[in-house]
Write a protein that binds this ligand. Structure first.
Ligand SMILES: Cc1cc2nc3c(=O)[nH]c(=O)nc-3n(C[C@H](O)[C@H](O)[C@H](O)COP(=O)(O)OP(=O)(O)OC[C@H]3O[C@@H](n4cnc5c(N)ncnc54)[C@H](O)[C@@H]3O)c2cc1C
Length: 464
């Protein structure tokens, strides 16, 4: 049996790897010329890879850590204390420990006490997963306002949610925040320190190891190959038709694969890990009720400027920007987490923004963005001048973060689609956890298990 996999991010690669272990043949089609999807890297210094978007793991990310170990990379996982801050009212406030929360001078003391008590309640008394239904029926906006008053939402969480979810901030279900808080505190070693994981050599080491392991098991990987259509015959996925661009043709030639006389590559099963809107462009036969489910989650885009600096900007790894007059939502200074020596003694800093793909900031060129950001970077360090910047990069991604509606557990599109032998597994089906490489690895494993079970039973999930 041979499985066509659309997307060479962590979900697609893990599915191919697991299927290879089970003895199935796989072909991955990735439209980009490199693997890794949202976690892919570029060279920030000659031979030094860095993620396009800042990446780290929490100690709760057990699936991806186990995969690192399985691939012989266990020794590379480093756990490093991280320093999180909060910028508001022209000042940086530490946000590392509960004591810091109590010192947050942007809201009155009583509100800080309420905030601390509510966070403690969620963290320690609400850990049980059965609370999911309770928290998915109310928005975070309504929950925090109800239990802690207006200030905690308006001055603390509201600005952060607007930063991550833009105009949809007030719609985000409490379940997202509840799970994030439970997992985040679970990532702490002791109350006052948070340790985050990062692989020595960057996330590229895992991407490379997966690529090698997939190929060792007989899997084929086509980089630069864009899928144009999933071919469906009598409501059964029959194969994949590719785009006719030069990159795709080159990838096909290198792999020595010829489409059949009807213009497609036949497969027994097809799995799409591409975002829902991208999948809907190449699969046209899905029925309306399933398409409606695919459209329930809305995607936020991410825009990143990465600065290579001569000097340190701030002492913080992660700085939340709660000051909404500033045009970005966080800065992540990689070299306050990973030593500058790794980057040839340069300082590396991400300036991050989550926004709707229709936002003007999403459309700006890298120069326009840089010029818009410079006056605000000076607020973080008054000594900063643009000549500190040796080089900068610009990346944007339309499907960076799904935003779920209330009671989404009842609306998630099943991994088995109504088209027989066609599976969908992307970040909109990771719930209630926040999307991340760990959960894409888990999703890829789930898809491989489903394909194996279906192949053995000859059935088709609930739709069989
Ligand atoms: C700014 C940012 C910061 C993040 N930080 C973290 C972090 O700290 N820790 C963490 O674990 N995770 C983090 N994540 C999330 C993590 O990167 C993703 O959850 C994960 O990589 C998603 O993997 P995936 O395989 O499910 O999807 P994707 O990586 O989106 O893979 C889907 C692939 O499908 C391909 N594709 C789409 N259409 C086609 C087509 N027509 N033909 C062929 N291929 C196609 C795409 O090119 C893509 O490679 C972050 C993400 C962003 C954007």
């Amino acid at each position: 049996m041979i499985v066509g996999i659309i997307g060479g991010g962590f979900a697609g690669m893990t599915a191919a790897y697991e299927l290879g272990k089970l003895g199935y043949k796989t072909v991955i089609f990735e439209r980009m010329t490199e693997l890794g999807g949202l976690a892919s890297t570029f060279q920030v210094e000659s031979g030094v890879p860095l993620e396009r978007g800042y990446h780290h793991w929490f100690t709760s990310d057990t699936h991806v850590i186990a995969l690192m170990q399985e691939l012989g990379l266990g020794e590379r996982v480093q756990w490093i204390p991280s320093k999180t801050g909060w910028f508001e009212q022209g000042k940086i406030w530490s946000m590392v420990s509960p004591t810091d929360l109590m010192k947050l001078g942007t809201i009155p003391l009583l509100d800080r006490v309420r905030l601390g008590a509510a966070t403690g309640y969620l963290t320690y008394l609400q850990r049980d997963k059965k609370n999911l239904y309770k928290y998915e029926s109310i928005t975070a906006h309504d929950w925090w306002k109800k239990y802690t008053g207006d200030n905690v939402w308006d001055k603390v969480w509201g600005p952060m949610f607007r930063g991550k979810f833009g105009a949809r901030a007030d719609e985000v279900p409490m379940v997202w925040h509840w799970f994030k808080i439970v997992l985040r505190i679970g990532s702490r070693r002791g109350l006052n320190t948070e340790e985050l994981g990062y692989p020595r050599g960057s996330f590229q080491v895992l991407i490379d190891a997966l690529e090698k392991a997939i190929e060792q098991k007989g899997g084929i990987i086509l980089k630069g190959a864009t899928v144009k259509r999933v071919v469906v015959e009598n409501n059964v996925a029959a194969g994949i038709e590719l785009a006719e661009d030069e990159n795709t043709r080159g990838a096909l030639q290198r792999a020595n694969i010829q489409p059949n006389e009807r213009g497609y590559i036949p497969f027994d099963r097809v799995y799409s890990s591409a975002p829902s809107f991208a999948t809907l462009k190449f699969v046209h036969e899905l029925p309306n009720d399933y398409v409606a489910k695919m459209n329930e989650a809305k995607y936020m885009g991410a825009v990143l400027i990465i600065l290579k600096l001569k000097q340190q900007m701030t002492p913080w790894y992660w700085l939340n920007i709660a000051d909404r007059s500033m045009p970005f939502v966080a800065t992540i200074e990689q070299t306050n987490f990973i030593p500058p020596e790794v980057y040839n003694n340069k300082r590396i800093m991400y300036v991050s923004n989550y926004l709707d793909a229709s936002s003007p900031y999403f459309q700006m060129t890298r120069e326009e963005l840089f010029n818009a950001y410079v006056p605000h970077l000076k607020k973080l360090n008054p000594n900063f001048t643009p000549d500190w910047v040796e080089e900068f990069w610009h990346f944007k991604e339309a499907a960076a973060q799904p935003v779920f509606p209330l009671r989404y557990s009842k609306k998630i599109p099943p991994l088995h689609t109504p088209i027989k032998n066609f599976y969908l597994g992307n970040t909109t089906q990771i719930y209630p956890e926040d999307r991340g490489t760990n959960y894409s690895v888990r999703l890829g494993q789930d898809i491989a298990r489903l394909i194996d079970a279906d192949a053995k039973s000859g059935g088709w999930g609930d739709n069989a």
